[in-house]
Design a protein around this ligand. Structure first.
Ligand code: DGY
Length: 327
């Protein structure tokens, strides 16, 4: 028998954070790495002191009740926490944490990679070449959109949105943003960004990059009406959460040429992408790789472990999402 704290990790995480966890705790990791089916998770979750979860698990009253009173913390291995009900965690007296900051720059890189790929038809060009299509250089071949000195509209100007703005500045772009909050003047000055209403942003931007959280208010923030407002040369990038975009409406807009292209890291019904999108040359699609680098996944794993250790020590975890639970 052991009295070491018990931790369940729902998907394998990087080696070094795993080693730290094992040094101190009795650790169960689902090595299958395809997500624990909900019914299995409900059956196995009882008796743990800590859970390290992913966006693939819904953390709600049912799961917390199945986990039982020993559970102290749910450490979500992601910055997004739309899969975690904070009110349910607080009601169950369970701390909830996420992994902000450590993935900001990496996710902004992904947004920019999608922006460039979609604007300059990189994916389409690669598919074309690999298919062995006969070709010869031509002045009208596969023309894309310039990125430099264009206008980027950033929807949701938090940490990642601002990191995208810094990259855009390096490309000589004008940066406008739509957000519920006006950023302090020094932040606007650093990024050269200024705030406009969403409709104005959609009308003015050559590139629209989405960085909002998924909430009831932002679900389907982008639909047919928004695509109609956008320029027909515009490129949409989404590295936030899939349901912010009505994917069927986006596929229709791309097919009809209402916008030029889209670069998508996230999907409305993940892991599925709308079947129509997969057939469109002007849709660049990647499987939710926003923070997927060696260094960043190390940092996310370490932060999740730091959060777990703090909770086990009776301390406030560094990135606690529901401070009410301490009161
Ligand atoms: C996040 O951190 O929210 C990503 O989407 C998953 O890595």
């Amino acid at each position: 028998m052991t009295d070491r704290p018990k931790v369940l990790v729902t998907r394998p995480i990087k080696e070094e954070p795993t080693r730290r966890l094992r040094e101190r705790c009795e650790v169960t990791i689902d090595e299958n790495d395809f997500g624990i089916p909900r019914d299995d998770l409900l059956k196995m979750v009882n008796g743990y002191d800590a859970l390290i979860t992913m966006l693939t698990e819904q953390v709600d009253a049912e799961l917390l009740a199945a986990a039982g009173p020993q559970l102290k913390i749910v450490a979500n291995h992601a910055v997004g926490f739309d899969n975690v009900s904070l009110p349910d965690c607080t009601a169950a007296r369970v701390m909830a944490t996420n992994t902000p900051d450590v993935l900001t720059e990496t996710t902004a890189d992904t947004a920019f990679a999608l922006l460039m790929t979609a604007a300059r038809r990189v994916g389409e060009g690669e598919r074309f070449l690999r298919a062995g299509t006969p070709w010869i250089w031509g002045p009208l071949m596969m023309l894309g959109q310039d990125v430099h000195h264009k206008t980027i509209g950033i929807v949701g100007f938090g940490r990642i949105g601002q990191a995208v703005a810094r990259r855009a500045k390096g490309f000589g772009m004008d940066v406008i943003y739509a957000d519920a909050f006006q950023l302090p003047a020094d932040v606007e000055a650093q990024t050269g960004a200024h705030r406009v209403e969403l409709d104005e942003l959609l009308e003015r931007a050559d590139f629209v990059s989405i960085h909002t959280n998924l909430t009831p208010e932002t679900r389907h923030l982008f639909g047919a009406e928004q695509f109609e407002r956008m320029k027909d040369t515009a490129v949409l990038v989404n590295t936030s959460r899939g349901p912010v975009v009505d994917e069927a409406a986006l596929a229709d807009a791309l097919e009809a040429g209402e916008i030029f292209a889209a670069g998508l890291d996230v999907f409305e019904h993940e892991p599925d992408a709308h079947p129509k999108l997969l057939g469109l040359e002007n849709a660049v699609v990647i499987p939710h790789l926003g923070s997927a680098t060696v260094d960043t996944r190390d940092a996310m794993g370490h932060l999740a472990v730091d959060n777990v250790f703090a909770a086990l020590d009776g301390e406030r975890p560094p990135t606690l999402l529901n401070p009410d639970v301490l009161g």
